[in-house]
Design a binder for this molecule. Sequence first.
Ligand SMILES: Nc1ncnc2c1ncn2[C@@H]1O[C@H](COP(=O)(O)OP(=O)(O)OP(=O)(O)O)[C@@H](O)[C@H]1O
Ligand SMILES: [Mg+2]
Length: 457
Amino acid sequence: MEIILGRCYGINKKEIDDIISQIEKEESVFKKSALDPLMPPGTIMGRKKQTEQLVRYLVGHKNGYVVPYISIYGRSGSGKSSLAKFVCSNVPGISYVLVNLRKAKTVFGAANLILAELGVPGLQNAQGINLAIDSVQKEIISMLRKQGKRLFVLVLDELDAIFYDKRGKPSDFVYKLVVLAEKMREQGLLLCIIGISNNVLSEYGLDDRVRSRIGSSEIFFEPYSKSDILGILKERSQEAFSSKINPKVLEYCADMSSSEHGDARRAIDLLRVSAEIAISRKEPLGISHLEMAQEELQKDRVERTLANASYHMRLVCGGLARVSYLDGGQWYSTSVLYKQYCSVLQKGTRQLGYRRISEMLTDLENTGLVISQTGSKGRNGYGTLYKLVVPPEVVGNLVSKEWWDGIVAAKTAHESAQNKAFGSGAGLSSSRKGLFGDLVKTLEQNSKEEWKRYVGL
Ligand SMILES: Nc1ncnc2c1ncn2[C@@H]1O[C@H](COP(=O)(O)OP(=O)(O)OP(=O)(O)O)[C@@H](O)[C@H]1O
Ligand SMILES: [Mg+2]
């Protein structure tokens, strides 16, 4: 038997120099870092209404009053963090910190993150939340006195994270921070808390005493429209590409992004990955590269979401993929999806409640795997409907290949039985069609009903 051995090349300094000069050549036509969504934008495009609302709330400090709490909410990538940071650093006379609570698993963890951002060492759990809040107060007051300012803005980004810590009483934590704002006013200083979340605050089950204190200073960030995204992409691409790129490419990218999600971060990512694909193929950036990039990003997103998902979240994804595949990918209500979740749950496993699954669907929307809309549920009134935006096969296979193979086999068997029994006139002659027509129709109807029951609709 002949064995062909691969050649083994030695790497010398020249090889490294060649790689570097190749990278430099690529960078001279495409500056990747300009399409890094983590890079804060130099200019905030659009969002005039939200900017004005936020500035109006904050400049009140000149007259000695600001609302104690502002809630900023909206879907992922709608510009909430960028705008809050931009406004806070440009409104004169205020001191602020922005604390991202994503990493806080508990309410106490959140308090420690705030302390860390204020430059104070964290506390031990046993020292209690009250002591943590006292430290926050002391530090804010000393910062304001040092800087000779009157208003401190505490931006709590990704506040959603603390509402999963039911034992840590998140509602109580928000209450204590708002009371802190009241206490500071007694000392002639102002504190405004800006809470940023994906959902409107009322969905997080705050108790009444908190609600009445925080008032209703809310700023909603709707998903970006096509023209908003186009503006953001144009601004970024001026810096990213050395030569002018085909305006149709940007238009198409904005169109794809706005119709699917309205998320600026994902639109920028899509453009970056498309440019990388075009460069690797030594082709000018075109629409086909956007489509290739879209497919690559979708697959990555599903893999990432499922890798980080809990067991129950994987089942919710699996249930949605199952019903979408078997039924042809429509919009599904929370109750249909809850039924799917229950049906794929292994016997003997603890079943989560309807409300938790509904929260998971909202989380899923923020990962970009599903989109939602408020639709009519017939006699049951209005409700949220969800739709998978990636091919169900991709999700199903990643949840469990063996389980998914069974679903594919069931659909194939159903379709072939349908074709044999009722397809193209079911092989009946026209006279027999007349005689048996009604019977065939009834059987077909029964079979459809049975299939619907199997699918879980
Ligand atoms: N109005 C805008 N102008 C320019 N760039 C923007 C704008 N909005 C968003 N971006 C870009 O999109 C990225 C994501 O925006 P941002 O982080 O502000 O979204 P977000 O609403 O806070 O999302 P999440 O809920 O996921 O935290 C930003 O880093 C920025 O590059
Ligand atoms: Mg954010």
